[in-house]
Design a protein around this ligand. Structure first.
Ligand code: NAD
Length: 372
């Protein structure tokens, strides 16, 4: 099969869907790989290394014209116009954005949105949300250090003692847990909150303190379990108790990193503007949920702003700031997904009963398989 790797064209998207390493593996499996010139440039992978791995260099139209196209982000209308009906597309395609998926179906594609894979052991190696969120969690802490006018570890010097930074992490999923681990490595004191009861043990095992919001009803306890590993919107009474505790903890904190998400919905608001206004000057809030409305209504997508001496970091697409590693992990996720949909003869074959394929297949030969 000819596999095409176009250069990503969305602003700020520095990642690439294949690395020289994964190209070598695709070639070994008997495919031909056509990669757009400079596709890996922003992620610091050289054309010469792709060629050495066996890929042919070409232009965007050739890459998009391949039978199977590997992308990072959903193709733009211009990219779609270069793809022909029947093309198989793999990428992070925004599976909850039905209008966006419709553009893929209208172009006659068979498309797999890898973000929709179930959170199961078998799907772990192709879990793009985990591979990218892990890096985003790490980078969120480094961004906080950049905008914070103090240091993270406690330091005793001849000129006086500097206190350790207090970090609060809201949402202890993949990104939040990595943020906790990274902040701890830098010597910060860390507290974290999550709705899911399983998060407590994970936070504590990383040396963080769990901000406990006890469940007061069976309904709260039941909803907090989530579905398929994901959170569900909590009842208003629990959210109000959480907001009170979070406000208290944020007033004491130097850094707040928020990562709370609920699939297919706007991000829950966890830090009210009054809470930001009560924070210490010099504090930093990094809102990783900003693209989905934000966990703090004051954060602005794509911007770093100052609000009464508190810095709100609303930068988006943090994995793209770590493009080399983010691409390496993402490209490997794609490689593992391909093993599920390509048979020993190198042809597309979709087993009807595979839960991962069923979850990720958003349109097939132009038919949209998702509804609002
Ligand atoms: P996510 O990005 O959807 O959400 C981030 C976190 O925000 C989650 O932990 C969620 O519980 C939390 N959250 C939502 N509403 C909140 C609120 N009001 N207050 C505080 N926290 C709130 O989630 P994710 O990081 O993708 O991971 C979700 C779960 O899936 C985790 O338990 C993770 O360990 C699990 N997981 C399992 C596998 C696997 O078994 N293969 C792979 C990856 C992730």
């Amino acid at each position: 099969m000819q596999i095409g790797i176009p250069r990503e064209t969305l602003a700020g998207e520095t990642r690439v869907a294949a690395t020289p390493d994964t190209v070598k593996k695709l070639m070994a499996a008997g495919h031909q790989v056509l990669i757009e010139r400079q596709a890996g440039y922003a992620a610091r992978y050289r054309d010469a290394d792709y060629e050495a791995a066996g890929a042919t260099l070409g232009d965007a139209a050739q890459a998009l014209g391949s039978a199977l196209v590997l992308k990072v982000r959903r193709p733009t209308p211009a990219e779609l116009s270069a793809m022909s009906a029947g093309t198989v597309l793999l990428g992070m395609l925004d599976p909850f954005d039905i209008d966006g998926l419709k553009t893929l179906a209208d172009a006659g594609l068979t498309a797999f949105a890898l973000e929709a894979a179930p959170r199961t052991t078998r799907a772990q190696s192709l879990d793009v949300l985990s591979s990218q969120a892990n890096l985003a969690g790490y980078k969120s802490v480094l961004l906080a250090t950049q905008y914070y006018g103090r240091i993270f570890p406690m330091m005793m010097t001849a000129a006086g003692t500097l206190k350790a930074a207090r970090v609060v992490v809201l949402g202890a999923g993949v990104a939040g847990l990595q943020a906790i681990a990274t902040a701890r490595r830098l010597g910060a004191v860390v507290e974290a909150s999550d709705v899911r009861p399983a998060a407590r043990e994970q936070v504590e095992s990383l040396g963080g303190k769990f901000i406990d919001v006890p469940y007061e009803t069976d309904e709260e306890r039941e909803i907090a379990q989530g579905t398929g590993g994901y959170a569900r919107p909590m009842p208003a009474a629990w959210m109000a108790r959480q907001a009170e505790l979070v406000a208290q903890r944020c007033k004491q904190a130097d850094i707040v990193i928020t990562t709370a998400l609920i699939p297919g919905r706007p991000a829950p608001v966890l830090i009210q503007p009054e809470t930001v206004e009560a924070m210490k000057p010099g504090s930093v809030v990094v809102d990783l949920a900003v693209e989905r409305g934000g966990n703090c209504p004051l954060s602005v997508a794509g911007e770093v702003i100052d609000h009464n001496g508190v810095t709100l970091v609303g930068l988006t697409n943090l994995p793209a700031l770590l493009a080399t590693d983010a691409s390496a992990l993402y490209a490997r996720n794609l490689l593992d997904f391909l093993k599920l949909i390509i048979n020993a003869e190198g042809q597309l074959a979709l087993p009807a009963d595979d839960d991962i394929i069923k979850a990720c297949l958003v349109c097939q030969d132009g038919t949209l398989l998702r509804s609002a």
